[in-house]
Design a protein around this ligand. Structure first.
Ligand code: GAF
Length: 379
């Protein structure tokens, strides 16, 4: 974080002069509750110690000048322009500006430099970190008076309207509302949430990154969402949330087999999130881990958002005696999240690196999870 603060500040001064304010927003992990958010269900994410840091200063014009440090690219657009910028990363900033204005927020043009350390395409939501950073910063600097719920919705609407991903609210919510040492149990229908102190004594949470790049833009992600909406419609519900297997079986002949399997996964996942919350309250990590494996294989076989490398990592985790392991995030690549007993940690990591390398010709990357605070202004 210190390093990112220094580099964006220095670059800002070089490009635009003094007077920038620094803001940061994190990426997220999700313990369980995948593809439940856009079904109005529960999720269980937490913010991480990796994110985006941006230096920003209002420039008194109606233009935005932005520089992406890690890419060495700049982009410029006018607040009144309707056309999206050519640079795909700049569309997130553009979208946030548009969405704030749609909600009546008055913002001025600004100069900005940002950098990040959320691994791209790893399923840790670098895009939500970017959206939340600018939503939070502009709201603060321009005094728009938008609350944190709406800031999260601004990030989500940016994905929908400018980036082509019909995502749920989980990633942006976790990025804005993150709290050090706590997971967030979020009801995505009502947006009621509760912080859950997460300190699994004797266990560690670790991400194993397959380095298969996941990309939700233009991916079958939207297609999964469409399946769920079709089934909900047949069931006469707004969302799949709350549907039972009996109800699903009763309409099986009116939906495709593919939609049936996808809905079956979501119904199971909704129950698993609640089971995990209950098990955590009792310190029952074996149940937490068992549900994580069930999620993995549900996402792989029924929801079909896994890939060979992630199935390999989940299988390997099981063979090593890891308590819980599963694909994390939207899928199609990225990381597994693993709940590992302390005494097994070194052996598991060494085995995962060695066996994955032998099979796929490169080692996975390993990230220890540190649960951290959400969007904020930096001193
Ligand atoms: C992605 C989406 F952005 C989230 O809204 C969520 O659906 C997730 O995939 C799957 O749980 O991160």
């Amino acid at each position: 974080m210190k390093e990112m603060k220094e580099k964006v500040s220095k670059k800002f001064e070089e490009l635009y002069g003094a007077g920038a304010v620094l803001f940061a927003s994190p990426g997220r992990i999700n313990l369980i509750g995948e593809h439940t958010d856009y079904n109005g269900g529960f999720v269980f994410p937490g913010a991480v110690d990796k994110g985006i840091v941006a230096a920003i200063r209002l420039n008194g014009t109606d233009r935005v000048r932005a520089y992406a440090f890690d890419l060495g690219e700049s982009s410029e657009f006018g607040l009144e322009e309707a056309d999206k910028p050519a640079e795909s990363w700049a569309r997130y900033i553009f979208g946030v500006c548009r969405e704030i204005r749609k909600r009546g927020g008055t913002i001025g043009g600004f100069d900005t430099v940002f950098a990040g350390d959320v691994p791209l395409g790893a399923g840790m939501s670098s895009s939500a970190a970017l959206e939340s950073t600018y939503a939070f910063a502009l709201n603060d600097l321009c005094g728009c008076g938008i609350d944190k719920f709406e800031l999260a919705k601004i990030g989500q609407a940016t994905e929908h309207n400018y980036c082509g991903v019909n995502c749920g609210i989980m990633d942006q919510f976790a990025s804005v509302f993150g709290k050090k040492g706590n997971l967030i149990r979020l009801d995505c229908r009502s947006l009621e949430y509760a912080y859950f102190p997460f300190d699994p004594k004797g266990y560690r949470l670790v991400l194993v990154d397959s380095r298969v790049k996941h990309e939700l833009v233009g991916s079958p992600y939207n297609d999964r969402r469409a399946s769920c909406e079709r089934v909900a419609k047949v069931l006469g519900q707004e969302f799949l949330r709350g549907a039972t297997m009996e109800q699903l079986d009763a309409v099986r002949d009116r939906i495709s087999e593919e939609d049936y399997k996808r809905a079956r996964y979501v119904i199971g996942e909704e129950k698993r999130v609640l089971d995990v919350c209950e098990a955590l309250e009792k310190g029952d990590y074996e149940t937490v881990g068992a549900r994580m494996y069930e999620t993995h294989w549900g996402m792989s076989k029924d929801y079909e958002v896994s890939c060979e490398e992630l199935d390999f990592l989940a299988t390997l985790a099981g063979e090593c005696g890891v308590t819980g392991a599963r694909i994390m995030g939207g899928g199609f690549g990225g990381c597994t999240i693993n709940l590992v007993r302390d005494e097994l940690y070194d052996r598991f990591i060494a085995t995962a690196k060695e066996k994955f390398n032998a099979r796929y010709g490169h080692e996975p990357k390993i990230y220890d999870v540190v649960i951290s605070d959400g969007s904020r202004r930096l001193e």
